[in-house]
Design a binder for this molecule. Structure first.
Ligand code: ATP
Ligand code: MG
Length: 549
C-alpha cells in the first residue's frame, strides 16, 4: 500500500465529521470569541474571518505590547481599544502622552487632559505613602534618567538631603503621612545640598544637578496643581509634550507611574476581575526599556489588581524583554527593519509563516500573539485582517455666508447615501472634508455634488435639508457662479406656492448688486472685519441633523 491511495466507502455523515483543515494558523474559535459584555472587539482574522474579541479572562494577563513602524496604526488601535474597553467592560484609561498626539482625541471623546508644564506635581508629594518609600522612588527615577549612578557619593548625599528635607518638614521617614502636613519640595533639597557645597565637591555637583532640573522644569516638579487622585478614573490624558526635554518628560511619566503603582497596591486584590484601568505608555522608550521602571512593576503585579498596561513603541527593542515577553497580548504591526523582526521572532518563537506575513502587513493590519491562561495545543498567533476601528470623533462643518452647520461623520454619510451618492463618492467627499481641516464651504460641497452628476438645484435642496437657511444659501453660493441662476435654482426648489418670497429674494439680489463706484471703493480699501465669523442665522435652526454653533 505504500505510496498508493486506496478508495474507501465513507458515508456523508462521517465525512462531515472529518476535520480537513486540521491546523489553521489561527487559535480556535472558543479562544477568539467571547460575549461582547466582557470583551473588546478588535477585528477579524485574516484566514478564517473569525471575529476576535479580546478577553482578559482567557489571557495570562491584561497587558498589551503594541509595536510597529511609524504610521502602521498603533495609536489608532490604542484609541479604538480604550474607547471600546470603557464601553464594554467599563475600564478607565490613563494615557501618558509623550508627543501630545492623544490630547485632541481625548477632549473630543469627553475625557480630561492634564498638561504637564502648565500644571505640575510636587515630586516629593507622598500621595498616602511613607517618606522613605517616596525617597527611594525619586532616587530610582534619577538613576534611570540621569548619570547620578556613576557617583555613589552624589547618590548618598542627595538621598540624605531628601531625608533631611522631610524630617525638617515634620515627617517621620518610615511612617505614612497623616494630617495636613505639607511635604517639602526639591527646592529644600537643593538648599540643603547647597549648604554642604563649600565642604564637598560632590555636594556641589549634586546641588547643581537638582538646580538644573528645577530651572528647566519651570516649577512643574515643585508646584502641585495636578490632583493625582483624579487621574485614575474616566479617560485622562497626561500631556507631557510641553516639557522641554526627554528627561523631564520621562521624570514626569515615571512619577505618575509610581503613584499609579502605589494606588494599585493599596486597592483590592481581585485577580479574576476584568481590568478596571488601562495605563497607556506610548513612545516612552526611556522608561519602557529600563527594568527598574515602574512599568515593569505594573506588568508583574497589575493583573492581581485589575490594572492593565498598554505599551506602544516603534521599535520592539525599546521595550524591555521582561515587559515584551510577559505581556498577554502582542500587537505586531508592520516592522520594516529585519533586526526588529528578529528580536520579535526570538522573543516569541513564531514560525516562518508569520515571518513572511509580517512583511506584507498594510496600515491597520497586525500579527497578534496571545498568551492564554490555559495551556492549549492550537496556535497562539494569527494575522489580523485589520483593526476595525472607531471613526475619529471629529465634527464636520459646512460653512459659507452665515452658515456654520456641524455634523458627525456617520450622520452626514447616511444623509449623502440616502441622497443618492455611492459609497465611493461619500468617502471621496469625506476625505475632502479631512483635507480642509474638517470644514467645507457650501460652494465646494455643492460643486462636489455636481461633479458626481447631481444638478445644482438638487445640491441646494440637500443643503437646505441639512439645515441651511435661504439667506445663508444665497450669500454662500452667490459668489460662486451666476447670482441669478443660483437664485432661480434656490427659488425653484422652494415651490410654486411661494411666489412672494421669490420676488423678495430676487429683489435682494438686485439690491446687493454692487455699483461700479462701490466696487472700486471696496477694492481700494479692504472691508474691516471681513474675516470675522458672522453670527449664524436662526432660520435653519429647526432642521434635522445639524447642530449650529
Ligand atoms: N485600522 C485602521 N483603519 C483605518 N485607518 C487607520 C487604521 N490604522 C491606522 N489608520 C490611519 O493611519 C494613520 C496612521 O495611524 P497611527 O497614527 O495610528 O500610526 P502610528 O503607528 O501610531 O504612527 P506613529 O508611530 O508615527 O505614532 C492615521 O491617519 C490613522 O487614522
Ligand atoms: Mg502613534
Amino acid at each position: 500500500m505504500c505510496g498508493m491511495l486506496s478508495a474507501q466507502q465513507v458515508l456523508s455523515g462521517q465525512m462531515a465529521g472529518r476535520n480537513f483543515l486540521l491546523r489553521p494558523p489561527e487559535p480556535s474559535p472558543d479562544l477568539l470569541l467571547s460575549p461582547p459584555a466582557e470583551s473588546v472587539y478588535i477585528g477579524k482574522t485574516k484566514c478564517l474571518a473569525m471575529p476576535f474579541f479580546w478577553n482578559s479572562k482567557k489571557l495570562l494577563n491584561p497587558h498589551l505590547c503594541v509595536v510597529g513602524t511609524t504610521g502602521s496604526g498603533k495609536s489608532y488601535f490604542v484609541k479604538t481599544f480604550i474607547t471600546r474597553a470603557s464601553l464594554t467592560i467599563g475600564a478607565s484609561a490613563l494615557i501618558l502622552d509623550w508627543a501630545g498626539e492623544y490630547s485632541d482625541w481625548v477632549r473630543s471623546a469627553g475625557g480630561r487632559v492634564v498638561s504637564f508644564g502648565k500644571q505640575g506635581i510636587n515630586l516629593l508629594d507622598l500621595a498616602g505613602g511613607a517618606p522613605h518609600a517616596r525617597m527611594s522612588q525619586v532616587m530610582d527615577s534619577l538613576r534611570i534618567l540621569t548619570d547620578i549612578s556613576s557617583s555613589p557619593a552624589q547618590c548618598r548625599l542627595t538621598e540624605d538631603a531628601i531625608e533631611k528635607a522631610y524630617v525638617a518638614a515634620g515627617f517621620s521617614m518610615g511612617r505614612p503621612a497623616t494630617g495636613k502636613r505639607k511635604p517639602p519640595t526639591l527646592e529644600a533639597v537643593q538648599r540643603i545640598l547647597g549648604h554642604q557645597a563649600r565642604k564637598s565637591a560632590d555636594a556641589a555637583e549634586a546641588a547643581h544637578r537638582i538646580k538644573n532640573l528645577l530651572l528647566s522644569s519651570g516649577g512643574s516638579f515643585t508646584t502641585p496643581t495636578i490632583p493625582l487622585s483624579s487621574l485614575l478614573s474616566g479617560l485622562v490624558c497626561v500631556d507631557l509634550h510641553s516639557l522641554p526635554t526627554e528627561t523631564l518628560r520621562s521624570l514626569a511619566g515615571l512619577s505618575i507611574l509610581q503613584f499609579v503603582k502605589e494606588r494599585m497596591r493599596a486597592s483590592d486584590y481581585s485577580p479574576h476581575a476584568l481590568p478596571r484601568l488601562f495605563v497607556v505608555v506610548d513612545e516612552a522608550w526611556k522608561i519602557a526599556a529600563d527594568e527598574r521602571s515602574d512599568v515593569v512593576s505594573i506588568v508583574r503585579e497589575g493583573r492581581k489588581y485589575g490594572f492593565g498596561l498598554i505599551v506602544a513603541s516603534q521599535s520592539p527593542t525599546d521595550i524591555h524583554k521582561s515587559i515584551f515577553s510577559n505581556a498577554g497580548t502582542m500587537m505586531l504591526f508592520r516592522l520594516t527593519h529585519a533586526s526588529e523582526r528578529d528580536y520579535v521572532r526570538s522573543s516569541l518563537a513564531y514560525s516562518d509563516f508569520y515571518e513572511e506575513e509580517s512583511h506584507s502587513l498594510s496600515v491597520g493590519q497586525a500579527l497578534v500573539h496571545l498568551e492564554f491562561s490555559q495551556p492549549t495545543s492550537c496556535p497562539r498567533a494569527f494575522v489580523l485582517r485589520k483593526v476595525d476601528g472607531e471613526e475619529p470623533l471629529v465634527a464636520l462643518h459646512l460653512r459659507g455666508g452665515g452658515m456654520n452647520l456641524e455634523f458627525e461623520r456617520g450622520e452626514i454619510s447616511s444623509r449623502l447615501l440616502s441622497f443618492g451618492l455611492t459609497d465611493k463618492q461619500v468617502s471621496h467627499l469625506l476625505s475632502d472634508f479631512e483635507r480642509h481641516s474638517f470644514s467645507l464651504e457650501a460652494s465646494q460641497f455643492a460643486s462636489a455634488l455636481e461633479r458626481f452628476g447631481h444638478s445644482r438645484a438638487s445640491a441646494i435642496s440637500l443643503l437646505r435639508e441639512l439645515g441651511a437657511s435661504e439667506r445663508d444659501l444665497l450669500s454662500a453660493l452667490s459668489s460662486h457662479g451666476s447670482k441669478s441662476s443660483v437664485a432661480v435654482a434656490v427659488l425653484e426648489e422652494r415651490g410654486a406656492g411661494r411666489q412672494g418670497s421669490k420676488r423678495r429674494l430676487a429683489g435682494q439680489i438686485r439690491a446687493r448688486k454692487p455699483s461700479k463706484a462701490r466696487t472700486a471703493a471696496r477694492q481700494a480699501k479692504p472691508r474691516k472685519g471681513s474675516s470675522r465669523r458672522k453670527k449664524p442665522s436662526k432660520r435653519g435652526k429647526g432642521s434635522a441633523g445639524a447642530r449650529r454653533r
